[in-house]
Design a protein. Sequence first.
Length: 167
Amino acid sequence: MDSDTPDSLIPYDEIVQEALRAVVGRVLGEIEQSGGVLPGNHHFYITFRTDAPGVSIPSRLRERFPEEMTIVLQHKFWELAVDDEGFTVGLSFNQIPAKLVIPFAAITAFVDPAVDFGLQFQAASGQMEPEPHEDPQNDTRERDDDSAVDSPDDGSNVVTVDFGKKK
């Protein structure tokens, strides 16, 4: 983009991230509804920030993976439970069972290699605070009465979107 392009006051990146995380939630929710049975050859690699708020993993795993960890949901997992905020799952690490609580906001990658499907996310670590949003500063005109302000007739309110191929 052009360096003169102003910063957006609408958090598009966050909105898109949230929508894509809903895909992960829906997929895991369908697996939960099926009793934890993955259809066909589907299996999931889920990478998440271990230091993100709301993540709960055993201390031995947190020591081994202080920032990021990838789990595999394929053959041996149990008690998958999904809600609006994230999921819990039982897995075995070196034949020691563990319960993991993973908020969707902590996920940095979701991959289903059986069908070459993958999503990448941005996740903030526990030490990072979300960036504050600026207050919107809309241009306003003084009104003499309660009637609506007319749009300018100079064409400045027209937006052209071209979804065609680049030439």
